[in-house]
Write a protein that binds this ligand. Structure first.
Ligand SMILES: C[S@@+](CC[C@H](N)C(=O)[O-])C[C@H]1O[C@@H](n2cnc3c(N)ncnc32)[C@H](O)[C@@H]1O
Length: 422
């Protein structure tokens, strides 16, 4: 006879089993079988990042196996694992030294002596970094001291947009996270929710850097290029293109992408719905970068005049008026409530009687309640526990970088009740 605790463990095992089978079925639907952990090429489904069914299966799988392992492992082990984790630092080395680019030319593997020479790093230190990442399926040691790429390390190639987003975190956000406690106990920063009191500002102040977050990105060519390519990558990471399948785009004729970056949303939108008239709006320097990206990635959309680029500072000005949809993705989460409200006030001034505003953000929900969103099966936490880590860690990224946040549905509703006069 099983006691209640054992029943719960069995239920977690069932969830792991069924969610893994669901993921396997999604891969098999493509007709290309299932991926292999040490494959050196992407599976076709790796490139179709808008598969919600796969994401839902992985959310269950990750939530259930972390809960199972935290239940069965000694708590000392679990707690130490929280911090004894340098995957981010090793990944940062691999990214910045472009190790995956070099290995791409050696599909059978390259001896670490030659690899380290090619990227100008110490041989034994490079081997230790790669061996640590190999534990997680990122790179593989095909024979002693010979390393090759895997489907995970391919993401770290310099041509990969998701890799740019990874690098933004490993290189920059990690520094802000490193001063979290100090920023929470400093007299000036501790209780402030102002943008200029974010942990980022605390971390960079000792270097004499006073640029705002957006100035910092604008003023550094490498960082600007990486950040905006990284936004395309972010869309792949979280499967944000699913919105292309879940809104009646056929029924409208014009869309303004506010804070468009280089078109991470609007380029796929134009390709899938060529009838749409699209306006990209962002800061002037970024709008220039967006034009270049469209010329490269969607020149056909530029030929028929269906796309326009209009610079906008959404605190100072009003978007192009009278369009059907005003779309803001990953914009509201960059700002504390007062600034978020101000942006929406300005959007409201541009809206006609039939215009709609679409706010596309990840949504937090409490571990005790679900705000009407989908609920994980018991005995998982209703919010899927570790299966929701991307959203909760993204919330922290927003805090560390900008003193901003991800929001619950109720918090978004409050922000959406914009007064008509700003
Ligand atoms: C997190 S990115 C989101 C980009 C894009 N919407 C996406 O989801 O990929 C935020 C965008 O807001 C833009 N932005 C920041 N401050 C702005 C301002 N004052 N006026 C207009 N755009 C701004 C940035 O340049 C950046 O492209």
């Amino acid at each position: 006879m099983m006691d209640l605790n054992e029943v719960k463990l069995e239920a977690l095992l069932d969830i792991i089993n069924s969610s893994a089978r669901q993921a396997i079925a999604e891969y098999k639907k493509t007709g290309h079988g299932v991926p292999s952990a040490d494959s050196t090429t992407f599976h076709p489904l790796d490139l179709a990042t808008d598969s919600l069914a796969l994401k839902k299966a992985i959310r269950l799988l990750e939530g259930a196996y972390h809960q199972l392992s935290a239940t069965l492992a000694p708590p000392q082990h679990t707690a130490f694992n929280f911090v004894h984790n340098y995957n981010w630092a090793c990944t940062d080395v691999a990214l910045r030294a472009r190790i995956a680019d070099v290995l791409d030319r050696h599909p059978e593997g390259l001896h670490v002596d030659k690899l380290a020479d090619a990227v100008n790093l110490d041989k034994s230190k490079t081997a230790r970094v790669l061996r640590t990442l190999s534990l997680m399926g990122c790179f593989k040691e095909v024979k002693r001291d010979v390393f090759a790429n895997t489907r995970v390390s391919l993401i770290l190639q310099s041509k990969n947009n998701a890799g740019c987003h990874v690098r933004h975190h490993s290189q920059d956000v990690s520094k802000y996270a490193g001063v979290l406690y100090e920023s929470m106990t400093d007299l000036e920063f501790a209780r402030s929710h102002e943008v200029d009191k974010a942990p980022r500002v605390f971390a960079l102040r000792k270097d004499g850097t006073e640029d705002t977050y957006w100035e910092m990105i604008k003023n550094d060519d490498d960082r600007r290029g990486n950040f905006h390519r990284g936004m395309v990558g972010h869309s792949e990471i979280v499967g944000a293109s699913a919105v292309l399948h879940h809104y009646p785009w056929d029924d409208i004729s014009s869309v303004v992408d506010i804070g468009s970056s280089i078109g991470a949303f609007s380029i796929p939108l134009a390709k899938m719905f060529p009838h749409l008239k699209i306006t990209d709006q962002d800061l002037p320097e970024i709008i220039k970068q967006a034009q270049t990206a469209w010329e490269r990635d969607a020149p056909e959309a530029l030929l028929d005049g269906h796309v326009e680029f209009v610079a906008l500072d959404f605190f100072q000005g009003v978007p192009v008026a009278g369009k059907d949809v005003y779309y803001l993705r990953n914009i509201i989460h960059d700002w504390p409530d007062a600034e978020a409200t101000q942006i929406l006030c300005n959007v409201r001034k541009a809206m006609g009687s039939n215009s709609r505003v679409l706010i596309h953000e990840c949504v937090l929900f409490h571990s005790t309640g679900t705000d009407g969103l989908s609920v994980a099966p018991e005995p998982m936490l209703p919010n899927f526990g570790a299966g929701s880590r991307t959203a909760y860690h993204q919330d922290l990224t927003m805090w560390f970088s900008l003193n901003a946040k991800e929001r619950t549905v109720d918090e978004l509703k409050i922000i959406g009740q914009v007064p008509s006069i700003a």
